[in-house]
Design a protein around this ligand. Structure first.
Ligand code: DP6
Length: 336
């Protein structure tokens, strides 16, 4: 038995930051994202006589995983088995499997690979266990969430939301699709000013969210206003509304990060310079473009098809930055 899946990262418009249960990655608040068309990650699962993971870089060269990375894989697989047990399929995924992980995400480009990797794992598991149990996409998103919260959203193409849900049950939070890939052909031009490894990863960062005095208000604002407004903007293809709510949410997340104990400062002078420059260009040229940043200095410039060439020219003119041009994509797929 063998299965092969492919997936991609996503860019959050309403950011996931903070969990009510760290172990199970149950988020405090809903989040929403656009799934990107590339770069891709592929994962194969094969039955074997012992557990092994083989990881390859974009050139196909074998990578050595750290103990921390191997432990994250093992822990995720254990949690996936626990979840499958609740679905009445405790033995669907054997302990002895060989995972082949091939990432086309260039190392150190400041693109979080965990969303692509764990959505891909969720889909590969779904393919592998298909002969014994057929999972819905929502159920696959739960498998993905157990490896990385934001990965749940990459199960779907187009625009999707991770619903926080309630309670402490392993299946109490899942992703849903808000609109398919062909609903709104938005682009994400990614401007990467620094190749430094981030000091505090998202997993550690989520645990600090509640130490910010502004966190409770953030959760409330997403619940009562920002998430519904963002969904509405997407459904109506209202770019101005999307820009307002997305930028507000990104800045609010960074405010929470910077006021947590210890403070997390992901944005750099380069980030602020790029953001100010795109704001100037937007005003001058009336360009439908918005900015957002995840847990790093990288600036994502999301724009409509008509603005794409001008935004790309702007990005290419940023000195010392690596540029990655992406657009809305189809989400995780089983390919064999
Ligand atoms: C800032 O999903 O990377 O990118 O579950 O620990 O892997 P883990 O966290 P992760 O957190 C994402 C944080 C974010 C915002 C977002 O993508 O929603």
């Amino acid at each position: 038995m063998r299965s092969l899946a492919r997936s991609t990262p996503n860019i959050a418009l309403i950011k996931y930051w903070g969990n009510r249960n760290e172990e199970l990655r149950l988020p405090m608040a809903d989040s929403l994202s656009m799934t990107l068309d590339h770069p891709t990650v592929e994962i194969s699962i094969e039955e074997s006589n012992q557990f092994a993971i083989h990881s390859f870089d974009p050139q196909g060269k074998k990578k050595t995983l750290t103990e921390k990375q191997v432990n994250r894989w093992k822990k995720t697989l254990d949690l996936c088995c626990t979840y499958l047990k609740t679905l009445g399929a405790p033995d669907a995924l054997p302990k002895n499997i060989t995972l082949g992980v091939r990432s086309h995400i260039p190392p150190a480009v400041g693109l979080a690979s965990s969303a692509a990797v764990f959505s891909c794992l969720g889909k590969a598991i779904a393919g592998f266990i298909a002969p014994s149990i057929a999972l819905t996409d929502e159920q696959v998103s739960i498998l993905a969430r157990l490896g990385s919260g934001s990965a749940a959203r990459s199960i779907f193409g187009g625009f999707s939301a991770l619903l926080a849900g309630e309670g402490m049950d392993i299946k109490s939070s899942a992703a849903i699709q808000i609109a398919p890939e062909d609903h709104w052909p938005l682009h994400d031009i990614i401007v990467i000013p620094s190749h430094d490894e981030k000091k505090v990863g998202s997993t550690e960062g989520h645990a600090l969210a509640s130490t910010s005095p502004f966190y409770a208000q953030r959760v409330e604002d997403i619940r009562s206003r920002r998430q519904p407004e963002c969904i509405d903007a997407i459904l109506k293809r209202d770019f101005e509304k999307l820009q307002r709510v997305t930028e507000e949410d990104a800045l609010d997340m960074h405010h929470v990060m910077e006021t947590s104990t210890p403070p997390l400062k992901y944005l750099t002078a380069d980030t602020h310079r790029i953001v100010n420059a795109i704001k100037d260009l937007r005003t001058k040229e009336h360009l439908p473009v918005l900015f957002t940043m995840d847990a790093g200095p990288t600036v994502h410039l999301i724009c409509t098809e008509e603005a794409e060439s001008k935004v790309l020219a702007f990005a290419n003119a940023q000195k010392g930055c690596t540029i990655f041009s992406t657009k809305v994509g189809p989400g995780a797929q089983i390919i064999a």
